[in-house]
Design a protein around this ligand. Structure first.
Ligand SMILES: Cc1cc2nc3c(=O)[nH]c(=O)nc-3n(C[C@H](O)[C@H](O)[C@H](O)COP(=O)(O)OP(=O)(O)OC[C@H]3O[C@@H](n4cnc5c(N)ncnc54)[C@H](O)[C@@H]3O)c2cc1C
Length: 323
């Protein structure tokens, strides 16, 4: 286990994320990428449809310009019922900074088809961009923008940190890229990834992540299945339940000043995670991860969803991207 001497790094300070390119292509001047792969990344019988879509951006200004953790924009072809062109939608880059091809010319994302009954008339509701993107065939062109994102990034001193990645649903996307990047640079990088999904069939990149875990002793891949029992015993649990289940190990990890926590996924997930962080590290340890909008985190025992939304913000060692 690595030592936890705070003097080894500028512990409580915000990590240096290095330089980052933003909006090499704006929505007014998108680049044109080409789809080179589209494959299902959930198992058969999953309740939703999620695709891994890889796009060749070599003819755009995104080539070599994006970093793991950033997002890029997609502008679907055509126009809405009102005749106006479709607006840009953001998708997390699921690739390492070196891209799928190792040269920054191909980026991938993890797209979930938005499908529901319409709120108003219960007719089938198809999200515009997600279904358009998932329908694209190999060789089809796609208008791309970005990259965007200045803080949800790996630090420049990658080897100087330990990592706790927390994902729900397609929030796995940036972590796939980050895990690949960290392990390629350092065989024994210290990474814990926890993925929360409703059913095991919805786990994305599960085989790839299990293979990486088998190969790299410093990489731990844990799942939290909310609607049935866990593989390793225990009842249904949300992602934060997994933190409690291994409380001693997470207390040690979180107390280490080198640890960086990242969370990505559905808006609302941060509430359970923040409550659990507070329980695990207590008021003193919490300052690196969370701070209060008005400077006072108050009585942690009294936190509820409304207080957290209003009062609690990511601190220097916590990066959050929820949508
Ligand atoms: C930084 C960032 C990163 C993201 N990364 C990813 C990613 O990696 N993968 C991913 O899949 N998504 C990601 N998203 C979400 C993505 O941008 C889109 O919002 C999502 O794909 C839905 O877009 P859409 O065009 O398909 O749906 P839209 O056509 O935009 O429809 C969704 C909208 O329709 C409305 N709506 C929803 N349900 C109903 C209903 N039942 N009846 C009526 N109206 C309804 C809501 O207002 C909702 O906002 C990310 C978003 C952000 C901000």
């Amino acid at each position: 286990m690595p030592d936890s001497d705070p003097s080894t790094t500028a512990a409580r300070a915000e990590p240096d994320f290095g330089s980052v390119v933003m909006n090499a292509h704006s929505p007014r001047e998108p680049g044109i990428g080409t789809v080179i792969e589209s494959s299902r990344c959930t198992r058969a019988k999953a309740t939703g449809f999620v695709r891994h879509v890889a796009i060749d951006v070599s003819q755009t200004k995104l080539a070599g310009a994006f970093r793991a953790g950033q997002s890029f924009g997609v502008i679907p072809d055509g126009a809405g019922a009102d005749g106006k062109p479709h607006k840009v939608r953001l998708y997390s880059i699921a690739s390492p900074s070196q891209g799928e091809d190792g040269a920054g010319n191909v980026l991938a994302t993890t797209v979930k088809r938005t499908i529901d009954e319409h709120w108003n008339d219960h007719r089938l509701f198809y999200g515009m961009a997600s279904n358009w993107l998932c329908d694209l065939q190999i060789g089809d062109q796609v208008r791309v923008t970005g990259p965007v994102g200045k803080r949800f990034l790996l630090p420049t001193d990658q080897a100087g940190h330990r990592y706790l990645f927390l994902a729900t649903g397609t929030g796995i996307a940036p972590f796939r890229g980050m895990v690949m990047e960290l392990l390629a640079a350092n065989h024994s990088a210290d990474i814990t990834l926890i993925v929360g999904v409703p059913y095991a069939t919805e786990l994305m990149y599960d085989e790839q992540l299990r293979a990486l875990e088998a190969k790299h002793s410093g990489f731990r891949y844990l799942t939290a299945i909310s609607r049935h029992e866990q593989d390793d015993g225990g009842g249904p649990m949300y992602l934060d339940g997994r933190l409690s289940r291994h409380a001693d190990a997470f207390r040690e990890l979180l107390a280490d000043q080198r640890t960086l926590v990242y969370l990505c996924g559905l808006a609302g997930m941060e509430i359970g995670v923040y409550l659990r962080l507070a329980e695990l590290v207590g008021p003193d340890g919490l300052t690196g991860y969370l701070h209060a909008a008005d400077g006072d985190l108050g009585d942690l025992g009294q936190w509820d969803a409304a207080t957290i939304r209003k009062q609690v913000r990511p601190g220097p060692r916590l990066m959050a991207e929820v949508y």
